[in-house]
Design a protein around this ligand. Structure first.
Ligand SMILES: [Zn+2]
Length: 416
């Protein structure tokens, strides 16, 4: 093809094939074929000038809103989720979708049993758009809003659009402590649900930092035996030496999961440096934009007391040197790596989280979907032998595709 019109016709043709393709697509790449012309067009800082991606509109489908469930987040926010009759959107079966808040549910006039338009773009969680009022069953009820906190049964604070449990973080405290003690965070083996609940109920633990100042007596009371308590003392002692990334993650700052916590810890190196960062400094961390930065800064400030207590209890507040320095020097320095499929060979059995940790250790950044920004796709062979949709896309975009074995070779220094 030689003209823009012809290119558009070709795009329309591919878009028309979309429903019949055996894999999901979200765009069409228009490329210059001739190597000489490619060389003339050259490369930009992120992508070649001789290829451009045309994004197809996000896929929307109609399905039935069966129910709305409410969960209380770690900060006490009541988050509604739509339960949907299963519907296939762009290659995946969708049964749940995000709703925003009570006011938004009312604005959209959602009723149980409504036929709703569900929208999905790329890897983003599907969203409920609007109800098709003409299809509403007779006698359908408005989506009921909770009258008490679905977690603790207590009062709800309705002053803002996003409702919260009036107890705030305290409502979700047991969940927060369990999260903090988890394997990927402080890794306090043996501190399960039951003991956490006992510690919170007795008032011995009011925040994460309190874990580090528990007396053997308090632990014995919670664990029911001196022997189990002694083991927990050892585990908690070990937990105080975890790297900053895990300690920071254990604080449960909104929007900072494990991967983001590692990036923040590696960027700043110490908890003090994180606390001194203003919104501008926070934005220097890969993946933190102008919207997220002030929220993180504000939450870190709000946690001042807890962080002070952690420091006073002797909990490690810095990231090991090799972690921070690898960021710009490892074999994956400044590369975005996406992993797909079940790992094989030397990487067999490694879950996504472990793989992401490995990528970051080698200076790279773990991505979840293949785009023009992706540097490497690590693709495990699929059971069917067919290339996955990610592999197809990587090929279209000219992204380097490695088998788990090839990737393991590249990562040899980082695999113990
Ligand atoms: Zn509550």
């Amino acid at each position: 093809m030689a003209t823009l019109t012809e290119a558009q016709q070709k795009i329309d043709h591919v878009a028309a094939l979309r429903p019949s393709l055996p894999f999901g697509i979200d765009g069409v790449v228009v490329k210059v074929n001739d190597a000489g012309e490619q060389a003339t067009a050259g490369f930009g800082s992120r992508s070649p000038h001789w290829a451009i991606a045309f994004k197809l509109p996000a896929v929307e489908r109609h399905t039935v809103l069966e129910d709305v469930v409410w969960e209380v987040g770690r900060t006490g926010v009541l988050a509604p989720t739509a339960v949907l009759a299963p519907v296939e959107i762009d290659g995946t079966t969708v049964t749940r979708a995000t709703l925003h808040n009570p006011a938004d549910i009312r604005r959209r006039d959602l009723h149980l049993g409504d036929t709703v338009a569900v929208y999905k773009a790329g890897d983003i969680i599907p969203r409920v758009q609007v109800a098709v009022v003409q299809l509403r069953p007779a006698g359908a009820q408005e989506v009921p809003l909770p009258t008490v906190c679905p977690n603790c049964g207590g009062e709800i604070d309705k002053r803002q659009e996003r409702w919260r449990c009036a107890k705030g973080t305290a409502c979700a405290l047991p969940a927060l402590i369990e999260y903090a003690a988890g394997r990927e965070m402080l890794d306090i083996d043996g501190l399960g649900k039951t003991y956490v609940k006992a510690l919170v109920d007795s008032g011995a633990v009011k925040d994460v930092a309190d874990l580090f100042t528990l007396s053997p007596d308090q632990l014995t009371a919670a664990a029911g035996s001196a022997k189990r308590a002694a083991k927990l003392v050892e585990q908690i002692e070990a937990a105080s030496t975890r790297p900053l990334s895990r300690v920071f993650c254990a604080l449960g700052v909104l929007g900072t999961g494990r991967s983001m916590s590692r990036r923040i810890a590696r960027h700043f190196g110490t908890m003090d440096a994180i606390r001194q960062a203003d919104a501008t400094a926070m934005q220097a961390v890969d993946g933190i934009g102008p919207e997220k930065a002030p929220v993180i800064v504000e939450q870190v400030a709000a946690l001042a007391l807890v962080i002070d207590k952690l420091a006073a209890a002797g909990v490690n507040m810095s990231e090991p040197e090799e972690q921070t320095s690898a960021t710009h020097h490892g074999p994956l320095a400044d590369k975005v790596v996406v992993v797909t499929g079940k790992m094989t060979g030397p990487l067999e059995g490694l879950g996504r989280e472990t793989m992401n940790g490995l990528i970051e250790k080698a200076g790279g950044r773990a991505g979840s979907s293949v785009s023009a920004k992706t540097s490497i796709l690590v693709a495990a062979p699929s059971a069917s032998g067919k290339p996955s949709s990610k592999a197809v896309k990587a090929q279209e975009l000219g992204v380097e595709v490695l088998s788990p074995e090839e990737f393991a070779e590249l990562m040899a220094d980082f695999l113990s």
